[in-house]
Design a protein around this ligand. Structure first.
Ligand SMILES: [Fe+2]
Length: 258
């Protein structure tokens, strides 16, 4: 019997400020993150891998990355991350590398592959995959043909049916899907950026977006609007037979923001 199981924690859009007085939509993002981390630490799951899927820092300050690295050390497990539109990749990458985190690249276990893509465009809120990233995606997928795979990025590669969010999607999503569509072993594509839970399918591929650890955006809203939903994280459980189960865990409704 195949008892392989991989438990992945997705933490996203932490928007940490170096200045403790920093607020996003009135929220103390560090305090909110710490409450989510506490929820993770008190869960019965021992996570094998943490994915931090972009917008780690609110203003890409070095102090914000160092603070986050220090806090996530409490999980004592492998951390892999990728940049979002609020991160400056050239600042973020050396800091997380020094801390021993994986930056983009891919992770290959005996049963599953996880591919992390850099969709950030310097100075832009929207995303795009450089030709080199599309080629790397193709290379990784071809190298492990048939192995169940999760592809991770910051920007949404499908519209969220939300006018303002859909001005900053993955611009070359067609090029992304033209690669993915040629590899039937891609089980799931997961992203951050949109600060909301989303769970759908495209051609049999599970599509997941995950709540931020701070403010939540109203789903399917025409204009910018915050949703009165609690911050949270996603748990992905991968089994040896290629099955994936997942759920979002949020703070209790009565939590306080600061
Ligand atoms: Fe973002």
């Amino acid at each position: 019997m195949n008892k392989f199981e991989l438990n992945i924690l997705q933490i996203t859009d932490t928007h940490i400020f170096a200045d403790p007085a920093g607020r996003l939509g009135g929220m103390d993002t560090s305090a909110s993150f710490l409450k989510v981390l506490d929820l993770v630490l008190n869960s019965p799951v021992n996570f094998d891998l943490v994915l931090v899927t972009g917008d780690l820092a609110a203003e890409s300050e070095e102090g914000a990355y160092h603070w986050l690295i220090g806090q996530l050390a409490a999980l004592n497990t492998t951390v892999a991350c990728l940049p979002g539109n609020h991160d400056v990749a050239t600042r973020m990458e050396p800091i997380v590398n020094t801390a021993g985190w994986q930056y983009c690249g891919d992770i290959v276990t005996t049963q599953w592959q996880v591919i992390l893509l850099d969709s950030a465009v310097p100075g832009a809120a929207y995303g795009a995959l450089r030709e080199s990233e599309l080629l790397r995606l193709e290379r990784c997928l071809s190298a492990h043909a048939g192995m169940p795979t999760i592809v991770v990025l910051h920007h949404n590669p499908v519209p969220m049916d939300s006018r303002w969010i859909d001005t900053m999607t993955l611009r070359n999503a067609a090029a992304f899907w033209s690669v993915v569509d040629q590899h039937a072993h891609v089980r799931c594509v997961v992203w951050g950026h949109v600060h909301q839970n989303y769970d759908s399918y495209r051609n049999g591929v599970r599509l997941l977006a995950t709540p931020s650890t701070c403010v939540q955006f109203e789903a399917r809203s025409r204009d910018f609007a915050l949703a009165p939903l609690a911050p949270g994280f996603r748990h992905l459980r991968l089994s040896g037979d290629g099955e994936l189960s997942t759920h979002v865990v949020r703070l209790a409704k009565n939590h306080r923001n600061a």
